[in-house]
Structures are given as structure tokens and as C-alpha cells.
Unconditional design. Structure first.
Length: 264
């Protein structure tokens, strides 16, 4: 361990077992559906997520924005409880359950659906096999038939090896695979990345459908305008800290905020 000057001084180990009595209360009185409280996360000795806190109401769509390297992916990964970055302090609650005490598989079982930037489509498997694989473990969400109704492109390509599809189709599959499980929180990391505008519109329509279903969602996007159009609220990160929180409309209306933190 080095004596990194930037290291948070009062780190407490994330409890491995029993949750503490901490409760985050949203504006009003009901506890928030999702709540991240004072998250500090590290890659080895690199201190990256530096005290991030935010709440999400059930059914809300939140755009998590910020420049490249701001800590968006790291924050999503900490929430999904994947091994890196290591969450050394903070609490994460989803529907009254302490995510911060869980491993990624437990978080997934509880209903955290992370759609990572690289999509993680499994090579050598068809579209349908990729979908079925995500339903091996409980709790199962949408049936394969229901997925095909909502994603006709995937139905057409069900027997095709999934990695041979276009980027847009692979993104559809990545979202569909999350819905194939019974999720409470959908975490989308740059779903429009690398896609042609016409395909972005297609994915946008799919996500609007997801929104109508009332699935609580966090969307990270470099294409901030597109993400804001979909979202109720915006949270902006800079250098691993929350620097703005407000309605999505406020960010769309305020060029100063966009210039300062999003460079658009
Ligand atoms: N695996 C890693 N090991 C060390 N540092 C990392 C790793 N992944 C990301 N970082 C660093 O963490 C910071 C935040 O990265 P990231 O969360 O990916 O930002 P964003 O998604 O907002 O672009 C960056 O400075 C990046 O270099
Ligand atoms: Mg990222």
C-alpha cells in the first residue's frame, strides 16, 4: 500500500455481512428505490470514484453523463458489483436490499442488469442461444417469444451466430439479454456507441419501449443529447464526483452546463 496523498482518509471497509442501519430518504418521505451513498472505488491504488451519491425513484430514467474518463463506467461497474473497481466505502441499496454487501452474481440475481460497453455477446453461439443462456439462472424475465415480438430483427436472425450481426443488432441483443432476466435496474453503458445515426434511432425506439414498461434505468452516453431526450433526470460526473444533478430538460436548456461538463 502506498501513501497516496489523494486517498480518502476515513475509509471504512464495506461490510461483508450485515448491512448497517443506514437509510437514504428521497425528497418527500418514501425511501428511494435505488440509492448510492458516498461511493469510493479504486483500481488498485488508483482512486477513481470519489464520493458519488445519488438516488433514483422507481421507474425513473437517469442519464449519467460526463466527459471521457469522468468515472461513469466505473460507477456502473461498482453498482453492478463486478470485481473492479473495488468499492472500499459507501452503500448501494436497491429495493431495500444492500447491493454493497453482494458479489456481482448476487446483484444480478437481485435484478441488476448491466449492459456493458463491449456488449459481451458470446462468440460461437446463435442469437437464440445467447438469449437462452441468460435464462439459465433464476429469476427469468421476458420469454424468448416476447423478446422476438419486441425485437423482430432478432427473431429474423435467431439462428445466426450472434457475433456476425451488425453492431446495432448486437446492441439490440445485449439489451434483449438483460430483459430476458427479471430486472429491477437496467444499467446501459454507451448503448449508442459506434452506431450509425439511423441505427441509433432504432435503439432509441427500443429504449423508449423499455421506458414505457417502467424499468428503472441508468443510461451512460457520450451522445448526451440523445440520452437526455430519453431521460427524466441527469447526473453529471467530473473527476469521479457528482458536479450536477437536475432534470434532463435543465441540461438540454442550459448550454453553460453542457459546455462546462460535457463539452457539447
Ligand atoms: N481497469 C482500470 N484500471 C485503472 N484505471 C482505470 C481502469 N478503468 C478505468 N480507469 C480509469 O478510471 C477513470 C474513469 O474511467 P471510466 O470510469 O471508464 O470513465 P468514463 O466511463 O466516464 O469514460 C479514467 O481515468 C480511467 O483511466
Ligand atoms: Mg465509459
Amino acid at each position: 500500500m502506498s501513501d497516496d496523498a489523494h486517498k480518502h482518509e476515513n475509509l471504512i471497509e464495506v461490510p461483508a455481512g450485515t448491512p448497517t442501519a443506514h437509510k437514504v430518504v428521497a425528497q418527500g418521505s418514501a425511501p428511494a428505490f435505488f440509492s448510492a451513498w458516498d461511493l469510493h472505488a479504486y483500481y488498485g491504488e488508483s482512486y477513481i470514484v470519489q464520493g458519488v451519491s445519488f438516488d433514483i425513484r422507481e421507474g425513473e430514467i437517469v442519464a449519467l453523463l460526463g466527459r471521457n474518463g469522468a468515472g461513469k463506467t466505473s460507477t456502473l461497474r461498482a453498482i453492478a458489483r463486478v470485481d473492479t473497481p473495488e468499492l472500499r466505502h459507501g452503500e448501494i441499496w436497491l429495493d431495500h436490499q444492500p447491493l454493497h454487501t453482494m458479489k456481482s452474481w448476487q446483484a444480478a440475481r437481485l435484478g441488476v442488469g448491466l449492459v456493458p460497453e463491449d456488449r459481451r455477446i458470446i462468440a460461437g453461439l446463435t442469437v437464440e442461444e445467447n438469449l437462452k443462456l441468460s435464462q439459465i439462472a433464476e429469476p427469468v424475465g421476458w420469454s424468448i417469444e416476447r423478446i422476438y415480438e419486441h425485437f423482430p430483427r432478432l427473431a429474423e436472425r435467431r439462428d445466426q451466430e450472434a457475433v456476425t450481426m451488425s453492431g446495432g443488432e448486437q446492441q439490440m441483443l445485449a439489451v434483449a439479454r438483460a430483459l430476458a432476466r427479471d430486472i429491477k435496474l437496467l444499467l446501459l453503458d454507451e448503448p449508442y456507441e459506434g452506431l450509425a445515426p439511423v441505427i441509433v434511432h432504432e435503439i432509441e425506439r427500443i429504449l423508449e419501449g423499455v421506458k414505457e414498461l417502467g424499468i428503472t434505468t441508468v443510461i451512460v452516453e457520450q451522445n448526451a443529447i440523445a440520452a437526455l431526450h430519453l431521460s427524466d433526470r441527469a447526473i453529471i460526473l467530473d473527476m469521479g464526483e457528482v458536479v450536477f444533478e437536475g432534470s434532463a430538460q435543465e441540461v438540454l436548456d442550459n448550454a453553460d452546463i453542457r459546455n462546462e461538463y460535457l463539452a457539447i
